[in-house]
Design a protein. Structure first.
Length: 443
């Protein structure tokens, strides 16, 4: 796009999401996208939590075994792992907003039709278990592109010092989504059955698609954008955007592997808490109010997410190195979570268990200010693709952990063992990133 300035000279302009070089957001754009991406993460997790919340009711209706229910919960991650790198590549290449738009349409519609599909195939040769596994794999595949797209968007449009708090606010949407499904979903589940939970959560995703398409994208694409700086006009710079990710060079760096393993360990524990927490409380304290344990942990996690992001960004602005901040945040998160999980395994009262697991979930909120922001540090030009690979690896261990936990429970019926194994994984992740992690650009 070309226009003339006050001197009558031609000046080049760049439209967001259609060209490789994108300006940093102005304040109004930053707030708009912060709200939009936070809402998208909320809708994402509302849909993701629909199955863990309703699994106990579905097990009673369809007579699934513990192993089958574990397969259903973990099947989401089978699809989720497949599209992580692809989502990052497409986002870096064509723009994260477009990828988010179409993927959200996919997982929202699939979630909405899940109860209908179960009902349709119930009388056929297919088992309800097989149908549910298949739909969860597809939903996971569509959701797998989400966070690589968000990482790609933020790395393009925000300077380094503003990314941490922005990402923590956006990430808090995940906790808000879990909170909303935990509270409203519990009421719907108790009053109307499990199917309405799927209809409700999917509607939030569809509403976000309408908002993004008709308000954010149209408004954002119509805003005049600052011209391309002269130092970005050279052919060498324009070609560098389309260059492939130097994976070999990146994989030779210990800091890259520390980031990968640290994220894997956090994701392992996060998905176990996300998937099994409702079942743990339903089995251990069957008379407890569902809204308490489905709401309190995620409510506190929202606060931890925001506070952690604010403190981390404040430290960076005050002169602390990005490496120091990333390491401190991640190690604090992992070690504290491990301690609370070990305590939870030995608690005998509902109140004590809720408090321990609430704090275990809450300190997970620090992850957004730690390793979740690290791909933008180590690979600012390829943040989407690197985040996709990192999240793919984490998701593989996530569904392995969820399924492995079902095996532990089926053989030992001991929740303390599940919590202790998870705590050990967290300690390993904290130590490795603390020793070898970095906040400096590697490629």
């Amino acid at each position: 796009m070309v226009s003339k300035d006050n001197t009558g000279q031609s000046k080049s302009f760049l439209i967001t999401e259609t060209k490789p070089y994108i300006k940093h957001w102005v304040r109004s754009e930053k707030i708009l996208w912060m709200g939009a991406l936070c809402w998208s993460c909320m809708a994402l997790y509302m849909v993701r939590m629909a199955m863990p919340l309703t699994i106990a009711a579905a097990v009673k209706e369809f007579q699934w075994t513990r192993t089958q229910s574990g397969a259903i919960l973990s099947s989401f991650f089978w699809g989720y792992t497949l599209t992580q790198v692809l989502g990052g590549y497409l986002s870096d290449r064509f723009g994260g907003a477009i990828v988010l738009l179409y993927s959200t349409i996919g997982w929202s519609l699939l979630t909405f039709w899940t109860p209908k599909l179960i009902s349709f195939f119930r009388g056929s040769g297919l088992t309800t278990h097989s149908v549910m596994v298949f739909t969860r794999v597809l939903i996971g595949a569509f959701q797998g592109v989400h966070f690589p797209s968000v990482s790609s968007i933020t790395s393009r449009h925000l300077p380094e010092k503003e990314r941490t708090f922005f990402f923590s606010i956006v990430g808090s949407g995940c906790n808000l989504g879990t909170l909303a499904t935990g509270y409203i979903g519990s009421l719907l589940l108790e009053g109307y059955g499990w199917t309405l939970v799927f209809y409700f959560t999917s509607t939030v995703g569809i509403t976000w698609v309408i908002f993004l398409h008709y308000y954010v994208l149209r408004r954002h694409l119509n805003v005049p954008v600052i011209g391309i700086p002269d130092n970005l006009k050279s052919d060498s710079v324009l070609r560098s955007h389309k260059a492939t990710v130097p994976w070999v060079k990146l994989m030779k760096q210990p800091a890259f592997w520390a980031m990968m393993i640290g994220h894997i360990c956090e994701t392992y524990s996060w998905h176990i808490l996300l998937s099994w927490l409702p079942t743990y409380f339903q089995e251990t304290y069957p008379t407890a109010k569902a809204w308490v344990y489905n709401v309190l942990p995620w409510l506190v996690c929202v606060l931890a997410n925001v506070v952690g992001g604010y403190v981390a960004e404040w430290c960076i602005c005050k002169g602390f190195s990005v490496t120091c901040v990333r390491k401190s945040v991640h190690m604090s998160s992992q070690f504290l979570k491990a301690g609370f999980l070990i305590l939870a395994g030995s608690m005998q009262s509902f109140t004590a268990s809720v408090l321990c697991l609430t704090f275990a979930v809450a300190v997970s909120g620090f992850h957004s200010s730690g390793i979740m922001s690290n791909p933008q540090d180590v690979a600012p030009r390829h943040a989407g693709a690197v985040f996709g690979l990192m999240n793919m690896a984490g998701s593989i261990l996530g569904f392995v952990g969820v399924y492995f936990s079902s095996y532990i429970l089926a053989t030992t019926n001991n929740w303390a063992t599940v919590f202790n194994v998870t705590a050990t994984v967290n300690v390993i992740g904290g130590l490795l990133f603390g020793c070898y992690g970095s906040g400096q650009a590697l490629i």
